[in-house]
Design a protein around this ligand. Structure first.
Ligand code: 5AD
Ligand code: SF4
Length: 462
């Protein structure tokens, strides 16, 4: 859970304050930043707390069950703040956005009457208009979970430059894959790719504002097929090559990808484009072909092996990350062992693993052979033990190496900065604060489960 990266402005002449709380994935982080950009010309400044805010937006995630429950519990707190403000003669508008809004808009209105406004990920470009309408009415909420014919990106203002040295940039949205456990095709809708020129313009703007690393975002980002300036469709590999030509953009990443959409052009980009970082998040979900078929993943375990071999041949230092689900309906002990085998074989530098959680409206939710909670817990514990060992081993293998580190922010201790290696590991290094934004070689001297430590390893010329 994160708050938007936008810092609070203190313009005295602007009265309205918006607090945005972001749940879930990086695409939501990007969307929250765009909502703030959209509201700025309407006199809204971003507030650091919901207390006294004129507008509170919860930008929600529906991918797993707990995320929705967290929203309802947060709405309990917001309801009290709203009542307190009303007691002082003020008014607080409460909005629920994102994928929970899309999936259960009417249910939210029913369960949480303090909510004035519900809108989905595809209609937030209408936010100023929705707010105007909500201010006119009291008592009844406004619900907009349509999938408008117009792509919202055409209606969003230019993105303001992010505050930091790294930024997310949404290039693709929605998904046509329909994995049987996943709500995304229902909440985010059909696949859409932004035109290349728009992506390049936004990236240029970011770099101009001091960004040195951009992560291209999409629910299925390597399905990207945006209209190119030459009138032809560009895939993700071509887009990455185009971005690599921007002076000052030193690092490019992308997430999240699907094994089926790793094409030759993308593999070649990993080989040829030095700015493309050697770290790839490539979800596999399961190592059992039987389960992968039931999941409608459209790939087998050996297909995944082949793709990772090709990627590693193109970029030998490539580190891999993945997503895994345990306890999918019908998953047997043998299926689970196949997942452990695949993980042993591929060796992940990092991974996210989840217990299967039935999502209403998805085909798997009504699957008869639901796995018991106890079995899910046992499998998850065994898998996470293996993944943690692999992550620790990967981190330890970096000790003694000199790695380029992009310093992002001050560390917890005085005189320390935190940066990232090409493999996305956090590194703590003693360095002066004015080095934030620089990419500096660091000698890695220590490794823990989740981060590294090191010291500056620059060659000082006399
Ligand atoms: N249950 C558990 N995990 C899920 N994911 C998506 N839907 C579900 C679900 N119903 C996981 C997948 C996906 C990641 C973003 O969340 O592993 O890749
Ligand atoms: Fe969901 Fe990813 Fe499958 Fe699309 S490819 S349905 S986003 S898990």
């Amino acid at each position: 859970m994160t708050q938007t990266g936008i810092t609070e402005r203190t313009a005295q002449d602007v009265a309205k304050r918006v607090f945005i709380k972001t749940y879930g994935c990086q695409m939501n982080v990007y969307d929250s930043a765009r909502m703030a950009d959209l509201l700025a010309p309407h006199g809204f400044v971003v507030a650091a707390s919901p207390r006294d805010a004129d507008l509170v937006i919860l930008n929600t995630c529906h991918i797993r069950e707990k995320a929705a429950e967290k929203v309802y519990s947060e709405l309990g707190t917001i309801r009290r703040l709203k009542a307190a403000k009303a007691g002082r003669g003020g008014r607080m508008l409460v909005a629920v956005a994102g994928c929970v809004a899309q999936a259960e808009g009417a249910e939210i209105m029913r369960r949480a009457p303090c909510v004035d406004l519900v809108f989905g990920p595809q209609s937030y470009h209408r936010l100023p208009d929705l707010i105007t309408r909500a201010l006119r009415v009291t008592g009844t909420g406004i619900l907009d979970t349509s999938f408008p014919a117009e792509p919202k990106f055409d209606f969003l203002p230019e993105a303001a430059a992010p505050q930091g040295v790294t930024a997310f940039l949404t290039v693709q949205e929605g998904c046509d894959k329909f994995c049987s456990f996943c709500v995304v095709p229902y909440t985010r809708g059909a696949e859409y790719s932004r035109p290349v020129a728009r992506v390049l313009a936004e990236a240029r703007q970011f770099v101009h504002g001091g960004v040195r690393e951009i992560t291209l975002l999409g629910q299925n980002v390597n399905a990207y097929h945006g209209e190119g300036p030459d009138g032809r469709e560009w895939g993700l590999g071509a887009l990455i090559r185009g971005l690599a030509e921007l002076p000052g953009l030193d690092r490019i990443r992308y997430t999240t990808s699907h094994p089926r959409d790793v094409d030759d052009e993308l593999v070649a980009a990993h080989r040829d484009v030095p700015q493309l970082m050697p770290f790839l998040h490539l979800p596999v979900q399961s190592g059992s072909d039987r389960v992968l078929t039931m999941m409608n993943r459209r790939h087998t375990a050996s297909y995944y092996r082949r793709i990772t071999e090709r990627l590693r041949a193109a970029r030998p230092d490539l580190a891999l990350s993945t997503d895994l689900i345990v306890g999918y309906p019908g998953e047997s002990d043998e299926d689970f062992l196949a997942t452990l085998d695949l993980v042993e074989e591929i060796r992940f530098a990092q991974a996210f693993s989840f217990k299967y959680s039935p999502r209403p409206g998805t085909p798997a939710a009504s699957g008869a052979a639901q796995v018991t909670e106890q079995v899910k817990s046992e499998r998850l514990a065994a898998l996470q033990l293996l993944l943690a060992r692999q992550q620790r081993e990967f981190n330890e293998s970096c000790v003694g190496r000199v790695l380029p580190v992009l310093f992002e922010k001050p560390g917890r201790h005085e005189g320390q900065l935190v940066g990232r290696t090409p493999y996305l590991q956090s590194v703590h290094v003693a360095a002066a604060a004015d080095r934030i934004g620089e990419i500096v070689p660091a000698l890695i001297s220590g490794a823990s489960a989740n981060s590294l430590s090191g010291s500056l390893a620059e060659v000082i010329s006399t």
